[in-house]
Design a protein around this ligand. Structure first.
Ligand code: BGC
Length: 337
């Protein structure tokens, strides 16, 4: 009798242990490296990656996120990726410092058999002479567990130009038959900067509007730099400047300050365009201190990136490319919100 009881007790304990083990949550390790924490747009983006991962947690599934600032330094980012590999991350989300280093980084991650979601900075296909090809990049296409989540920057540039073309004077404030503009560019290695620069102006010329470029400078996505470049251009070209195109809102916020300091007034004697739809830019549009911006949907992009990371964690098949649309944001749009 005693023996039977002891066996029964042992069996019950075993069952208890098993059910306890199966109730324990599975924790996935996620490594995220962001090209630079001080970037306004990437700050919204990375915060939403964390929030959204947390919102997907259940009693059974948890996500342990290790987020790293690559400080705009590719060597630093490569180290972070190597640490992620040694730490045995289950998935990596990567916002590259330099897209030209994509091959090397992807190779190391693929060799470690860790799925990879690239975000925001699209690696490109080049020909033998280093010219950008309008083709998908082999490093992504040839790997079943690698993908890119982003937005087609051509669309954002086109939207900027279209907002100017839609103005009553089509951007030609002084009525001399052409739109005289300055361009403040993001990091020139970045396709977002290249496409926005090209397609904003193309939208004007496609609409039959003559253009004149007074100045084209690199502000590296940075607000302080944007202010400095715009202030210089305003003092060099004065009233000749009718439109200020900035590749992002960070630089446009700086340009807005420079425009105010120079005693110019957006909507009256100058127009100012950005991209991202940062809350601060939306406020400026509301007050009439910025002409328009383009929503770079960090919510849509971060959620897509996390959703696809979760698919990869579940061993599901994925696409190699995921695209999120931009949205035109002018005063009418802001007022209607
Ligand atoms: C955003 C910029 C940001 C850059 C970072 C772009 O898509 O518009 O604001 O600085 O990404 O790579």
């Amino acid at each position: 009798m005693k023996k039977t009881l002891a066996i029964l007790l042992a069996a019950l304990m075993l069952i208890g242990m098993f059910s306890f083990a199966s109730a324990e949550a599975k924790t996935y390790k996620v490594g995220v490296s962001i090209y630079q924490y001080t970037d306004n747009f990437m700050t919204l983006y990375r915060n939403e990656i964390e929030n959204y991962f947390k919102s997907l947690e259940t009693d059974d599934v948890k996500y342990e996120i290790t987020m790293a600032d690559a400080k705009n330094d590719m060597a630093e980012q490569t180290n972070q990726v190597r640490n992620f590999i040694t730490q045995g991350m289950d998935v990596i989300i990567l916002n590259l410092v330099q897209t030209s280093s994509a091959d090397a980084v992807i190779d190391e991650i693929v060799a470690a058999d860790i799925p990879l979601v690239l975000i925001n900075r699209e690696p490109l296909a080049y020909d033998a002479d280093g010219n950008t090809l309008d083709e998908s990049y082999a490093g992504i296409l040839n790997n079943a567990k690698v993908c890119y989540v982003g937005a087609d920057a051509r669309q954002s540039g086109t939207f900027q130009g279209e907002m100017v073309a839609a103005l009553d004077n089509h951007g030609d404030i002084n009525g001399d038959g052409k739109v005289s503009y300055i361009m403040i560019e993001g990091d020139p290695e970045n396709i977002d900067a290249q496409y926005r620069t090209e397609f904003s102006v193309k939208a004007l010329t496609d609409a039959g509007i003559e253009v004149e470029c007074l100045d084209d400078q690199v502000g590296n996505w940075d607000q302080t730099k944007g202010q400095e470049l715009c202030a210089n251009a305003l003092s060099n070209y004065g009233d000749k400047i009718e439109v200020v195109f900035c590749n992002n809102d960070g630089m446009a916020l700086g340009a807005a300050t420079a425009i105010q300091t120079a005693g110019r007034k957006v909507g009256e004697d100058i127009y100012l365009l950005g991209v991202d739809a940062l809350p601060e830019a939306i406020d400026l549009i509301k007050e009439g201190d910025m002409t328009g911006t383009v929503l770079n949907d960090h919510i849509g992009q971060s959620h897509t990136a996390v959703d696809v990371a979760v698919k990869l964690l579940n061993g599901e098949d994925i696409e190699n490319y995921y695209w999120v649309d931009y949205v035109k944001v002018d005063k009418a749009y802001v007022d209607a919100q």
